[in-house]
Design a protein around this ligand. Structure first.
Ligand SMILES: Nc1ncnc2c1ncn2[C@@H]1O[C@H](COP(=O)(O)OP(=O)(O)OP(=O)(O)O)[C@@H](O)[C@H]1O
Ligand SMILES: [Mg+2]
Length: 401
C-alpha cells in the first residue's frame, strides 16, 4: 500500500516537538520519529530571536530524523500569540447560472465574500473556516456542492494574524530547508488531538495551557465558534512562585513540577503543613500550593470570560477540556470545575501507533493535532470541510510565504 509522509513541528515557548510519520491510503497513521528539545528564542508563543529559535528547531528535527531514518521535507506548523484574533462573518452570493447548481467555484466565491472582514494593515487572514452553508434558506448544510439554489450563504470563522510574527516563524522553518504544508492555529490543532466527536457536537471549550500562552477554542454543532489566545500560562505561575517565595526562576519551576498540587480537601492531610527542601531552600508546601492555586483560579476566570455566551451549561454542556503541559498540575481540573461550574477534564492527545509513547502527555496536544491535521481534514466527518482547507492553503502560501 502506498504511504505518504507527514510531519509536524510544534514550536512552543518551552519546548520544540517534531513528529515524523507516514499515512497509508486508508488513513492508517504511523509515527516514525519524534524529536523533543528545549525551546529558545521564543516569548509568549512568538519568535523573538530568529537564530536561537532556528537552532532549537534544528535540534528537534535532527532528533526526529535520527529515529525515522530519513530527512524531513515538509511539515504542518502551529501558530499562536496575542496577535491572532478571530471573528465570525457571513457571506452571500447569487447563483445566476441557468442550472442553479452549486459548484466548488461557488464555495470559493462565497468564502471570498465572507473573508472580507476589516483587518489592520499589518494583519492578514490565516484561516477561513466555513461553519455552515445555507442554500435558499435551508440551514445547516455542511457541503452544498451539487445542491440547487439561487442564493448561497455561508457562516464562517475568520482567523487573522500579524504578518511579521508569522513570517519570523516561517523564516526559521524555511531556513532549515523544510517546506510548510500549512500553518495551523494551535488551539485548532489541540482540539483535533483531544476532543471526542460527541464533545464537538454538544458544545465544548478547550484550553491548551502551555508555558507562554493559553490557546482557546470553542466548538459546537461540530463547528468552530470561537478561538483566542491569552498571554497567561505556566511561566506566570512559575514567576509568582519565584517572586512570592524568593526562589530563582529555575528552582521555582522545579518546585512547581515536583511538589505543585492544588487538589481540594488537602487541609485534612498531615502533609499540608510540611516544609519542602530543595537545593538548600526551604519553603512551606501550603504557601507553594496557595500561590499556584490563586494564579490558576484567575486563569480559569479569564478562560471562561472568552465564552461568547454566559449560559455555560447550555452553551458548552460537554464542559471544559484542559490540556497543554500545565494541565499536568494535580488538582487543576477540580479547581477549574469549582470556578467554571461546568464539567472539567484533563485532555490527553489520542494515542498514535508507532514510536509515540512520549506523546501521551497533555503537553503534546498541539504537536499530535498538527500531525493529524491533514488526515482529519480529509475525512468526511471533519468539522473543517475540505474545500475550506484547500482554499485556506492557497491563501496562506500567498500571504505568509
Ligand atoms: N506537573 C506540572 N505541574 C505544573 N506545571 C507543569 C507540570 N508539567 C509541566 N508544567 C508546565 O507546563 C508548561 C509547558 O507546557 P507546554 O509544553 O504545553 O508549553 P509550550 O507548548 O512549550 O508553550 P506554549 O504553547 O505556551 O508556547 C511549563 O510552564 C511547565 O512548567
Ligand atoms: Mg504549546
Amino acid at each position: 500500500m502506498k504511504r505518504t509522509k507527514v510531519g509536524a513541528i510544534d514550536v512552543g515557548t518551552t519546548k520544540v516537538c517534531t513528529i515524523m510519520g507516514d499515512v497509508d491510503t486508508e488513513g492508517g497513521l504511523r509515527v516514525l520519529g519524534v524529536g523533543i528539545g528545549p525551546s529558545q528564542g521564543l516569548q509568549k508563543g512568538l519568535v523573538v530571536n530568529v537564530n536561537e529559535a532556528k537552532e532549537a528547531i534544528r535540534e528537534s528535527i535532527k532528533k526526529a530524523e535520527r529515529t525515522a531514518g530519513y530527512k524531513m521535507e515538509s511539515a504542518y506548523i502551529g501558530v499562536t500569540g496575542r496577535h491572532i484574533s478571530s471573528v465570525n462573518n457571513h457571506g452571500v452570493i447569487a447563483i445566476t447560472r441557468g442550472d442553479q447548481l452549486v459548484r466548488p467555484a461557488d464555495l470559493r466565491r462565497v468564502l471570498q465574500v465572507a473573508r472580507s472582514v476589516k483587518v489592520p494593515s499589518d494583519h492578514k487572514v490565516l484561516h477561513v473556516i466555513p461553519r455552515q452553508y445555507v442554500v435558499d434558506g435551508q440551514e445547516g448544510v455542511k457541503n452544498p456542492v451539487g445542491m440547487h439554489g439561487f442564493r448561497l450563504d455561508v457562516e464562517a470563522h475568520i482567523i487573522t494574524a500579524a504578518v511579521t510574527s508569522v513570517q519570523n516563524l516561517t523564516k526559521c522553518i524555511r531556513g532549515l530547508g523544510i517546506e510548510i504544508d500549512d500553518l495551523v492555529m494551535e488551539p485548532l490543532a489541540s482540539a483535533e488531538a483531544c476532543l471526542s466527536e460527541e464533545e464537538r457536537m454538544d458544545g465544548v471549550m478547550i484550553a491548551d495551557i502551555g508555558g507562554g500562552t493559553t490557546d482557546i477554542a470553542v466548538l459546537k454543532d461540530d463547528t468552530i465558534c470561537h478561538t483566542s489566545v491569552l498571554p497567561v500560562a505556566g511561566h506566570l505561575v512559575t514567576r509568582d512562585i519565584s517572586v512570592g517565595l524568593g526562589l530563582s526562576p529555575e528552582l521555582a519551576e522545579q518546585m512547581k513540577k515536583k511538589y505543585g498540587n492544588i487538589s481540594l480537601n488537602q487541609e485534612t492531610s498531615i502533609d499540608a503543613d510540611r516544609t519542602l527542601t530543595e537545593d538548600g531552600h526551604a519553603v512551606s508546601y501550603r504557601d507553594l500550593s496557595e500561590i499556584i492555586r490563586i494564579r490558576v483560579e484567575e486563569l480559569v476566570r479569564l478562560i471562561m470570560m472568552e465564552l461568547p455566551r454566559t449560559d455555560f451549561d447550555k452553551f458548552i454542556p460537554a464542559g471544559l477540556v484542559l490540556t497543554g503541559g500545565s494541565a499536568n498540575l494535580p488538582g487543576i481540573a477540580e479547581v477549574a470545575q469549582e470556578i467554571a461550574r461546568v464539567p472539567v477534564r484533563v485532555g490527553e492527545p489520542v494515542s498514535l501507533y508507532g514510536v509515540a509513547d512520549t506523546l501521551r502527555d497533555p503537553a503534546y496536544a498541539t504537536s499530535v493535532g498538527l500531525l493529524l491535521w491533514k488526515l482529519r481534514n480529509q475525512s468526511v466527518h471533519t468539522w473543517v470541510p475540505q474545500s475550506g482547507i484547500r482554499h485556506t492553503l492557497s491563501q496562506v502560501f500567498r500571504i505568509f510565504g
